[in-house]
Design a protein around this ligand. Structure first.
Ligand code: LLP
Length: 431
């Protein structure tokens, strides 16, 4: 669906004019489309309709309480990676009994908190962690549900920093070691219940093939674990990629959505069609843990151009957002489309770097890109910034975190106020 499009020459989020929001709330400003978030969630839910399943939204992608509440109200589960994320889910009205807790380094406090809240499963990343959870559960006098994360050693063919399913990654337990681990756990660890198996091969996958390869490779193992240990669920992880690159053609091309298109090798529907038939005969509950797919193309970061600096080698458009607000370009070579809020009247382009105010050479949003010649004072949108945008933002250079706005139809609400300078120093001695 269309979350963002030009209407009367001005970029809108649903029916709200983004220029109005930028003027009213200032920049940098994150804006999310509730309709797009729900569309993605509901389409994935429908695409998996042929199998018992749960969509457990990966909270790390965007953990704003209002985003979580929106999804909780539609019955989403949640994949969390910290006690802090569990706290957020509960605050947002999510049900801990529909939460899975992933991550290689859970602390005792986090484990105790999650046990007390009654989460659905710990997704365990090592034998050491499994034994520790068993110990803590024993001390609390409870039996705790767990799934081990299998590392299927499948190449996700994505950026090396977001690939997780190869043996050299720190994640999960080697494929070959899983049977033995489950057998030992069943014999030796009385305070855990082997509830499922989990895997996740990487993020921003743009081809269905690695998903199929991983499912086919792990499926016989899952069958064995069901027979021997009575597991009831298999989480096949998240990782469905979104379209970052494309052209925004007068609002008639939903390039930010996941509809099947020429440049969209992977769509929600394709994912369901390919995987559901391969999962149906297992008789297990299938979990998926999408983050980026749900929120990535549902959000933009608005930033105002401050200066144009013409150097001898390059032209820089200096904007008021920095790498502290959106770190993906420098960290993952992430591409975010850049479009002016006022639709350009011609196709004329200039080759520029769009950079922020931070004292780092890595503080850029694009380099040597052909863009419309926007000017100081103009506001531009960094597209597809809904996932791992605000969630990875920091106070580097003592810059306040941006405000966040949620749009639904023609209404908008502030779902996080812009940080103040006092907020930044709160907690410091002398504040
Ligand atoms: N499940 C597990 C166990 C994960 O580690 C992740 C992401 C997900 C689910 C959700 O993956 P998604 O559906 O969003 O691809 N900051 C990076 C992405 C890091 C992903 C980390 N794990 C980026 O901005 O590209």
């Amino acid at each position: 669906m269309h979350g963002f499009s030009y209407k009367n020459g001005s970029l809108h989020c649903e029916d709200v004019d983004l220029t109005t929001l930028a003027d009213q709330y200032g920049t940098p400003l994150y804006v999310y489309s509730a309709g797009t978030i729900l569309d993605h969630f509901q389409r994935l839910d429908a695409a998996l309709g042929g199998v018992e399943h749960e969509v457990a939204y990966a909270v790390k992608a965007n953990s704003n309480l209002s985003v979580l509440r929106l999804l909780a109200e539609k019955g989403a589960g949640f994949d969390i990676v910290s006690g802090g994320e569990l706290f957020r889910v509960i605050k947002a009205g999510g049900d801990p009994a529909h939460c899975t807790f992933a991550g290689v380094g859970k602390t005792r406090d986090e484990i105790v908190y999650a046990i007390q809240q009654g989460i659905y499963s710990f997704n365990v990343e090592s034998e050491e962690e499994l034994r520790y959870i068993n110990q803590v559960a024993g001390e609390l006098g409870v039996i705790v549900p767990v799934a081990v994360r299998v590392n299927p050693n499948v190449d996700a063919k994505t950026h090396k920093y977001i690939s997780t399913g190869k043996s050299e990654n720190k994640f999960g337990v080697d494929f070959e070691a899983i049977d033995g681990l489950y057998d030992r756990a069943a014999r030796e660890l009385p305070n855990i219940r082997l509830r499922g198996l989990q895997m996740h091969i990487g993020s921003q996958l743009t081809s269905i093939d690695p998903f199929i390869e991983a499912v086919e490779k792990v499926k016989p193992l899952v069958k064995r674990l069901k027979e021997r240990h009575g597991i009831e669920f298999w989480s096949i992880g998240g990782g469905i990629g979104i379209i970052y690159k494309g052209s925004l053609a007068s609002g008639d091309v939903a390039w930010w959505s996941n509809q099947a298109q020429d440049n969209a090798p992977l769509s929600i529907e394709r994912y369901g069609h390919a995987l559901v038939p391969r999962l149906q005969d297992l008789g297990l509950k299938i979990l998926v843990e999408p983050g980026r797919l749900i929120v990535g193309n549902a959000g933009v970061l608005l930033t105002r151009c401050l200066y144009e600096k013409k150097g001898s080698a390059k032209t820089f458009k200096i904007v008021d957002a920095g790498m502290n607000d959106l770190i993906r370009p420098v960290l993952y070579e992430g591409h975010h489309e850049i479009v002016p809020l006022q639709e350009p009247s011609s196709d004329a382009k200039v080759t520029v770097d769009v950079v922020g105010p931070i004292c780092e050479s890595g503080d850029f949003f694009c380099q040597d890109r052909e863009l419309p010649d926007f000017q100081p004072g103009d506001v531009i949108a960094l597209m597809s910034a809904g996932a791992y945008g605000f969630a990875m933002a920091s106070n580097y250079n003592s810059r306040p975190l941006p405000a966040e706005i949620l749009v639904s139809g023609n209404s908008s609400s502030v779902i996080r106020a812009r940080q103040t300078l006092d907020d930044i120093i709160a907690g410091e001695t002398g504040a």
